[in-house]
Design a protein around this ligand. Structure first.
Ligand code: HEC
Length: 225
């Protein structure tokens, strides 16, 4: 159909077309009862679930796929806290974790780190992960002085918003897990800089036979995979 022929259509022709469309619509309309299948409309009640709602509650840890900041809309009230979400207090990065440091926290951080960060940063944090070996720009090592001195809130901030060519993880990793990762990175850094002299007397022999004590901070180790 050429542009010229479309232009040739008379208004009367268009009117006829419109009438035909309306007619076909009303014809389908008669059929509505039979076409009402089991699909539920938003907010439509249903006896299927105990609470009578067809819309299901959002699972904890769900993240929004659109531009909504997931951490601000779905996090439990306690975690809506500005400091917790941004890693900053009065514009300065937190130097301590906003939660107690526990073995569970570090183990969770290690697990999440190895999933989300190690592909580039490597399990030891030195920055030679598989994606880097395949050509992605190499990140700096976590063990260089500048990053070793960086407050834990800064690590959390980078994990959240990204840095340079690294994208942020605000929509993939929930805030509590980003803190766990930041805590683990700090432990990783510490583990690289503990000298025999700084360790308490007897620590060297203790470390030799009791690897469990250092398990959470071992660079890339202890994973057993
Ligand atoms: C796809 C690769 C990739 C992944 C995955 C990745 N990073 Fe990065 N990261 C980089 C690169 C590249 C840089 C350096 C960016 C630049 O300088 O432009 C970087 C830099 C950093 C820095 C240092 C910022 C600075 O001041 O120099 C930190 C901290 C960091 N990443 C933390 C993380 C954490 C935490 C995760 C996991 C949640 C993560 N990264 C996942 C590639 C990655």
């Amino acid at each position: 159909l050429s542009a010229k022929r479309i232009g040739d259509r008379t208004p009367r022709g268009l009117k006829l077309l419109g009438a035909a469309v309306l007619l076909s619509m009303s014809a389908f309309g008669c059929n509505q009862e039979m076409r009402d299948d089991g699909r539920l409309k938003p907010y439509e009640p249903t006896p299927f679930f105990e609470d009578g709602r067809s819309s299901r509650p959002i699972e904890p840890g769900s993240v929004a796929r659109t531009g909504v900041r997931a951490d601000q809309s779905f996090a439990p009230a306690a975690a809506q806290d500005e400091v917790f979400l941004t890693g900053k207090q009065n514009g300065a990065h937190l130097t301590t974790l906003p939660m107690p440091v526990t073995k569970e926290l570090l183990e969770r951080g290690k697990e999440r780190f190895n999933i989300y960060c190690a592909p580039c940063h490597a399990q030891d944090g030195a920055g030679k992960g598989m994606i880097v070996l395949r050509g992605f720009p190499p990140p700096p090592s976590y063990h260089e002085d500048r990053l070793r001195r960086a407050p834990v809130g800064y690590i959390y901030d980078v994990a959240t918003n990204g840095y340079g060519v690294m994208y942020g993880y605000w929509d993939r990793v929930e805030p509590a897990d980003r803190w766990a990762i930041a805590a683990y990175i700090k432990a990783l850094q510490l583990s690289h800089y503990t000298t025999a002299a700084a360790a308490p007397a007897g620590a060297a022999t203790a470390a030799a036979d009791a690897s469990h004590g250092a398990a959470v901070a071992q660079p890339g180790g202890g994973g057993g995979h």
